[in-house]
Design a protein around this ligand. Sequence first.
Ligand SMILES: [Zn+2]
Length: 240
Amino acid sequence: MTDELFREDATLLQCEATVLAVDDEGVVLDRTVFYPLGGGQAGDTGTLTATDGAVLVVSDTRKHKGRPGAIAHVPAPGADLSAFTPGTRVQLQVDAARRRAHMRFHTATHLLCALVPHPVDGCSITAGYARLDFHMNEPLDKDALSAGIARLVAEAHPVRHRWISEDELDANPGLVRSMSVQPPRGLGRVRVLEIEGVDLQPCGGTHVASTAEVGDVVVTKIEKKSAMTRRVVLGFASAP
Ligand SMILES: [Zn+2]
């Protein structure tokens, strides 16, 4: 089981941890600031530095398939893992620029959800773009959506998460906007993300603290993927 520090504080990009195991899927630590691929958001990259100075480049982060609750830090191809045996203390460093882009885009996808009142049936968030697939057949206007995002960014709405009980979630089915990413069940509580006055929905991802920090995000493309799917692609208006 890995303690997921990024769930409580998305600005935390460094910490110390202890190696619990190393296997085919990667390095498992007792705690981490690395976000694992999930909810459409890409896994973090960065480095692990052992006390003897050995550096391991982490090329991806995934939920461990064989160990429930554990997170695998995926080593770059050909990496030397000899210094990272169980019990080793390591210093973690997330690639800050890449994560920052994920956080800005991820928060922007929530703004898009507020502007497009239709269910979401697909989502992908990377450092270069984000896309959301909406289950709908009405046309969407690229410039109007970009203007809507710019307005919500200028209004600087606070962004915060809190935990609610599964009973509370069941009593409010309208909270779940996504058809493809259902909130994890069985833990007794569900993390919800609130953009004050704008959007409220279950989400485990990392976000900026105010919509102002989303900055210059615009709609770059709208595609008709199928009769009932409209794909909206987001990009940075200027280099981040
Ligand atoms: Zn989110």
